[in-house]
Ligand binder design. Structure first.
Ligand code: MG
Length: 280
């Protein structure tokens, strides 16, 4: 694997690109109305968590992300309680998740399904499907120069153009993406507009294929998955849940077919803490 896939790199037109996803510790006592009212059994359920916007708050820019020790401890405790049946499902490469949550490691689906690690200590398996074509990658990256506050995050397998700091440029960015995609150049790609971000990834895998694969191995297999996600790239994972009698929880916006909606990542962290303390 080229080194470029092992880490997320960022380029920004703004010199002021600091922390984007900021974590705070899980709140101690969620109110009852902040908790999903479905029974959860650590012996028969599995938990799948998107990271950015679900577990961690989204701040203006994507560089320094901080994870609190309290959140690490909560996830480590849940991993023990669920006998390892808890996994991250993210657009970030797995190496990046490990860096963020170090020393905690979980089973993980990374790169929107391009990578999978079935257990915390097992090897990362990477998709055979090609990553973004170099020419296209360069052209999409140049869209970062469209104006101050536009940040291009090269995730290796995919590219994300963030414009949270420049929401007025959203339309122009989408136009530029469409222009790069002229003729049939992007036929094998998926262009996914999210929350102040446009994700560009190869087709052929997604968070849904990753979740399905994870469900095919122990300790996940035979359990009912619970997936928590907040954005358009999570829809494939929500859709996969029906194959396993699973349950979806959305964050920050109601997704059809999900059973509960958290107001924000803070409430997801509160729920996880509640789950881990309830089972101790
Ligand atoms: Mg997300």
């Amino acid at each position: 694997m080229p080194d470029s896939l092992a880490k997320t790199s960022l380029s920004a037109t703004s010199p002021d690109s600091r922390a984007i996803f900021v974590d705070t510790a899980p709140p101690a006592k969620p109110r009852p109305d902040q908790l999903p009212r479905i029974p959860i059994d650590p012996r028969t359920n599995a938990i799948f968590l998107d990271i950015d916007g679900t577990l961690l708050d989204i701040a203006p820019t994507p560089l320094e992300v901080k994870v609190s020790d309290a959140l690490r401890a909560t996830l480590a405790s849940l991993s023990r309680v669920f006998d390892g049946a808890i996994a991250f499902v993210s657009g970030r490469p797995i190496a990046e998740m490990d860096r963020l949550f170090d020393p905690l490691r979980l089973a993980a689906v990374g790169g929107h399904g391009a990578e999978i690690r079935f257990a915390p200590d097992s090897k990362i398996r990477r998709s055979e499907i090609a990553t973004l074509d170099d020419d296209l990658r360069a052209e999409f990256s140049r869209i970062g120069q469209i104006g101050d506050g536009v940040i291009v995050e090269d995730k290796g397998y995919s590219l994300a153009i963030h414009y949270r700091l420049a929401p007025h440029l959203g339309g122009e960015i989408m136009k530029s993406v469409t222009a790069v995609c002229k003729s049939d150049r992007c036929d094998s790609l998926e262009i996914l507009p999210g929350k102040a971000v446009i994700e560009i990834k190869p087709g052929g895998y997604d968070k849904g294929t990753g979740l399905r694969e994870m469900m095919s191995v122990p300790p996940f297999t035979g359990r009912k998955p619970i997936f928590v996600g907040d954005d358009v790239t999570d829809n494939a994972a929500f859709a996969a849940l029906q194959d396993f009698a699973g349950t979806g929880f959305s964050v920050g916006g109601v997704v059809p077919g999900t059973s509960f909606n958290f107001d924000g990542p803070q409430d997801v962290r509160g729920w996880l803490r509640h789950l881990s303390e309830e089972r101790r």
